[in-house]
Design a protein around this ligand. Structure first.
Ligand SMILES: Cc1cc2nc3c(=O)[nH]c(=O)nc-3n(C[C@H](O)[C@H](O)[C@H](O)COP(=O)(O)OP(=O)(O)OC[C@H]3O[C@@H](n4cnc5c(N)ncnc54)[C@H](O)[C@@H]3O)c2cc1C
Length: 381
């Protein structure tokens, strides 16, 4: 039976200095009224000016080479910065995808021209990316995508529809997975796909909002009609898109955003129940905090694996499954323990958490799919 590999989870002492710097930065921003802590800010709170401030302060593109505008630091340094941003409920949606996965992908698979054109802007907090994977009939079964890229002079023409594309109405580019060999000719459905960087402002791109019940606009349908993509925006090898995409998912699934989306609410809930909570509140909070602490250790361990150059796909799937469940339960606990109308800021955090909760266990791969990955790796499926 294969084993899950969670190496000892310890953040080096050097990261603690960085943590102090981020905390001081965030305390100043909160004091200046730049933002009020909210839940699920990495998906829903889009603030280019705040992202730019983070870029100016050197908090974006931390592990990227200095040659491309990064800071030559470690994955664990980034972990600490991200942990603080999430825990403080800061508005980080604008740069989120570029800092987490598109930057690393372009650095790993992009052409030299693409790296020079895109990565420094991402590290400055000026160039923002979305994710172009899901399609109307292809979510969990991503390999069934039907969007295509066909050859043209100097590049490619992209056609098809992507869906649930978070932030596409704000962002500049997405990395899009499309077929470059028709399904019938590819041999197997996981073959014949390629990844491109596509400009979301290019002619032929139609971005249509998909709104939440509340009217909030986070994600979109992106319809591509003969959208031109230049040759230098092909990512990696032609036909190798599936493998590249799987590598990207290890970054997408493994971070602290998979258990900290509702942390600002948990912190507010602890304040709200006060120093002498009821037995019910104490038991509930004790259980939530204990699980959070254990998840944090697992998550740091996954970050250690990434730092060591491994792709901990299965371990990340496990952490995401358990973490996203906890995020939803925090919202429920807050709703049950504190009656609405007690405190407007608290009510807002509860509303954020409850409204976003259905997405926690879906985005980035559903929990059923993640459990399937873990079960297969453990040899029980
Ligand atoms: C808030 C949010 C933001 C998102 N942002 C993006 C984005 O920016 N870019 C992007 O590309 N996508 C994005 N997505 C899409 C997301 O990746 C998909 O929703 C997800 O992969 C599931 O696909 P689906 O919605 O088509 O559901 P389906 O695949 O149709 O699944 C429906 C249900 O069936 C279950 N199911 C399906 N197959 C199996 C199986 N083999 N075994 C057991 N159960 C199964 C699923 O678990 C799920 O419960 C986002 C989704 C959400 C909710």
């Amino acid at each position: 039976m294969a084993r899950l590999n969670f190496p000892p989870a310890a953040l080096p002492a050097s990261t603690e200095q960085l943590r102090k710097e981020v905390r001081a930065f965030l305390a100043d921003e909160i004091a200046a009224g730049t933002f009020v802590p909210r839940c699920d800010t990495w998906l829903s709170q889009h603030s280019p000016s705040f992202s730019k401030k983070l870029g100016d302060a050197g908090f974006l593109g931390l592990p990227w080479p200095k040659e491309y505008g990064g800071h030559g630091r470690t994955v664990l340094d980034r972990f600490v910065v991200v942990e603080e941003l999430l825990a403080h409920g800061a508005p980080i949606a604008a740069h989120w995808v570029s800092d987490r996965q598109s930057g690393p992908s372009v650095l790993k698979h992009g052409t030299e021209q693409a790296k020079r054109e895109l990565v420094p802007g991402m590290a400055r907090g000026e160039v923002f990316f979305s994710i172009g994977m899901s399609e109307p009939d292809s979510g969990s079964d991503l390999a069934s995508i039907r969007s295509t890229a066909t050859r043209t002079d100097g590049g490619w023409l992209l056609n098809g529809t992507k869906v649930w594309t978070s932030g596409a109405h704000h962002n500049h580019y997405f990395i899009v997975l499309v077929r470059t060999t028709p399904l019938g000719e590819a041999g197997a459905k996981h073959r014949g796909m390629s990844q491109f960087v596509m400009d979301l402002r290019a002619p032929g791109v139609d971005i249509r909002p998909i709104r939440l019940l509340s009217g909030r606009h986070d994600f979109n349908e992106v319809v591509m009609t003969d959208v031109f993509v230049p040759d230098h925006f092909l990512m990696g090898e032609l036909g190798n898109g599936w493998e590249q995409c799987i590598g990207e998912l290890a970054f997408e699934r493994s971070g602290p955003e998979r258990y900290l989306s509702t942390f600002p609410l948990l912190a507010a809930l602890i304040d709200a129940v006060g120093p002498s909570p009821s037995n019910e509140a104490a038991a509930t909070l004790g259980m939530l905090v204990t699980r959070l602490t254990a998840l944090r250790r697992l998550c740091i361990s996954v970050a250690v694996s990434l730092e060591q150059g491994r792709l901990p796909v299965t371990e990340a799937a496990l952490v995401k499954d358990m973490g996203t469940k906890l995020e939803g339960e925090i919202g429920e606990a807050a709703r049950q323990l504190v009656p609405p109308g007690t405190n407007a800021a608290f009510d807002q955090l509860v509303a954020d958490a409850i409204l976003s909760a259905p997405g926690f266990t879906l985005r980035g791969g559903t929990n059923e799919i993640l459990r399937g990955i873990v079960a297969r790796e453990l040899g029980v499926r």
